[in-house]
Write a protein that binds this ligand. Structure first.
Ligand code: DQA
Length: 141
């Protein structure tokens, strides 16, 4: 059985309440239930943190054993050399996801420290971006 992890960064614990016009009305916990039902032959674990070091710690912890990491580093995408370096250091492939199309937003969101080290990037499809990332692990990696 494939083992994937979804890692979400800061403020993504507030999905459903946070700026719903950008991020939608669904909580991640509800969405995750549906994903787990849809992909019942894949083990999907979930981790969220608002703290950069905890995200790096989790990448290091799973990054030599898991089959894939789906990472939405949220605001740290645009600032964190440390998370970028962690992705370089580990063996497990990382697919970067974003709910919104970061390129249609403010200029500071156009920079990503994740993308150069990720196997692929999926953005702008709402929560479907996570589903597409799982599909990429089923069909490509
Ligand atoms: C985000 C986009 C980031 O720019 C932002 O800081 C987030 C969420 C997204 O999923 O669209 O928190 O990663």
């Amino acid at each position: 059985m494939k083992q994937l992890i979804i890692i979400n960064g800061p403020n993504l614990n507030l999905l459903g309440d946070r700026e719903p016009e950008i991020y939608g009305n669904t909580t991640f916990v509800k969405f995750l239930e549906r994903l787990k039902e849809k992909y019942s032959d894949i083990e999907i674990t979930y981790f969220q943190s608002n703290i950069e070091g905890e995200l790096i710690g989790k990448l290091q912890e799973v990054g030599f054993d898991y089959d894939g990491i789906i990472l939405n580093a949220a605001a740290y995408t645009h600032t964190s050399v440390g998370i970028g370096d962690a992705i370089k250091a580990i063996k497990t492939p990382v697919v970067e996801v974003h709910i919104s199309n970061t390129f249609s937003r403010e200029a500071f969101r156009h920079q990503s420290y994740i993308s150069p080290n990720a196997r692929g990037v999926i953005l702008g499809f709402g929560l479907l971006s996570y589903d597409l990332a799982i599909q990429s692990f089923v069909e490509v990696f």
